[in-house]
Design a protein around this ligand. Structure first.
Ligand code: SF4
Ligand code: SF4
Length: 161
């Protein structure tokens, strides 16, 4: 639901409790393997972490306030605030924008584990169906080409000892 500001409010951030300064989020590779999902499960085992999907893109969000946020909800380093803060405007922001339109929202580790179970089971079935089709094609033509799978170089999550 879109919120409307009272007419006498000049600064659009005036009545907001600095919602955009209370988390940070970053895009991650779409999980595809059992290990990928297990890494995401590990993220979600941590406090204040959520994972969401929007427009097919996957994000990790940490719901912790910025250390530069003052108790009056103003930025303590306004003149030198990072570029991402400078680029962010009240247009469609966390306070003035519409409701979030999540395709998926994972808050608990069990949710991603359940999603992974279903996703990986579907993938296995698809692969089995493809293999069946490929075998049929080989039998028909005897000229099936051998190909590798897609190669990715996604960085692996490192956990310090
Ligand atoms: S930009 Fe939006 S979310 Fe951020 S402080 Fe201003 S009104 Fe709040
Ligand atoms: S640097 Fe300032 S504007 Fe940016 S998130 Fe922190 S408090 Fe908010």
């Amino acid at each position: 639901m879109k919120l409307t500001m009272p007419k006498d409010v000049k600064n659009l951030c005036e009545q907001c409790a600095a919602l955009c300064c209370r988390y940070f989020a970053f895009e991650i590779d779409k999980p595809r393997t059992k290990r990928d999902f297990d890494d995401l499960r590990w993220y979600l085992l941590h406090e204040d972490c959520i994972i969401f999907v929007e427009d097919g893109d996957w994000y990790v969000q940490i719901n912790r306030p910025c250390k530069a946020l003052r108790s009056d909800n103003r930025c303590g380093i306004y003149e030198t605030r990072p570029a991402i803060c400078r680029a962010y405007s009240t247009k469609g922001c966390d306070y003035h924008g519409d409701e979030y339109d999540y395709e998926q929202l994972f808050v608990e580790a069990e949710q991603i584990a359940e999603y992974a179970k279903q996703y990986l089971s579907k993938q296995r079935k698809r692969k089995a169906a493809r293999r069946k089709t490929a075998t049929t094609t080989v039998r028909k033509t005897s000229r099936a080409r051998k190909t590798t799978g897609k190669v990715t170089n996604a960085p692996r999550l490192l956990k310090s000892a």
